[in-house]
Ligand binder design. Sequence first.
Ligand code: CTP
Length: 416
Amino acid sequence: MSGKRILLVIGGGIAAYKSLELIRELARRGIASRCIVTKGGQEFVTPLSVSALSGEKVFTELFDLDDEADMGHIQLSRSADLVVVCPATADLMAKAANGLANDLASTTLLATDKPVLMVPAMNVRMWEHAATQRNVETLRNDGVTVMDPDEGAMACGEFGPGRLPEPLEIAGRIEALLSDGPVLYGLDPKPLAGRHALVTAGPTREPLDPVRFLSNHSSGKQGYAIAGALAKAGARVTLVSGPVALQVPDGVDHVPVETAREMLDACQDALPSDVFISVAAVADWRPSRAAAKKMKLKEGGGDPHPTLELSENPDILATLSRKKKNRPDLVIGFAAETHDVDALAIAKLKRKRCDWIVSNDVSGDVMGGEMNEVALVTREGIEVRWPRMTKQDVATRLVARITEEFGDEADKIAAQ
Ligand code: CTP
């Protein structure tokens, strides 16, 4: 990690003293910290102690003649590989979520073009307040990594989530972001330039009649996050999506569809592509016959015992995987399982003949939620199991791994 540098924003909270431990732990790992201490932060730690530990000048004021001449706030926001806010107070997160910029910390967060990690710490009620949760969701949708606070007894005497995670854990997260991030954010900002990525996301809807359908709980969040991360990495992205309530990420071509058969057609039309990532929760069956008119209750003259006959939908992942012509170079599926997750994922990879499969356990709060816990399975078996993290983080890591794969492939061709 030597040579890496973070910009650490120390907010005003009782946990601010732990940021000193964090600076020391990062230094041990060869990561330098340049620090901003907010006004509130200075009530808990002094700029002098932060400077002594980081071995660097500490910044506190937006309108400081000397500091602006030395290192202006725009430069400060861009001179690091990663911006870390620790502790991230409710106030700092609210400002960042809404784009406010009225002090050095918030201005820096608005001006930065670097990835941002926020480590919240606050009273449990403040953390659980709808406004804070709304801000956290906005930040995560904006691509900010927000760690979950720890649960336990708090300085204020209450109990619950809101404690700052341990510095060791934060340092580990920083290290992971610094090692996965560079392909996406640092050294080569557009590693997938010139590549076409095809992604499916969301549920499909299979009509029963003009007003009713069969579907599932998929929110589309994981697929949209992957499409966004691919676009950030420079790929041309086609996102074929079932109906979801999400904003299409910047720079992504969106093809809206409803049914599995429409999704398959849209994917076929989008080929050729270098990589296909099948994240959609495609309905396995559709009603064999969709009624042309709204089905009626028996009082309205309808069938008193309607039965539903289902037909199997096409398997989009298997169809694209088995193509002789125009098969994408890298075909990645998702395996949503509720039991025997790994064994079933490996069997699914073989059955569908894809190159990789991301296995995830959907027995908990994954469908519709913010977090995911996945393992990446290749034809050789389980390559890596990632800890529970946001869907945005899963997207970042997966795209970093895809980039690596294409990089290796380019190296092999160059060596021939
Ligand atoms: N998939 C697909 N077309 C389908 C069904 C699934 O493209 N008709 C893709 C999904 O996008 C995912 C993978 O296949 O990448 C696995 O989907 P999953 O729902 O886990 O498995 P199924 O194939 O539906 O099998 P089962 O329901 O028996 O687990």
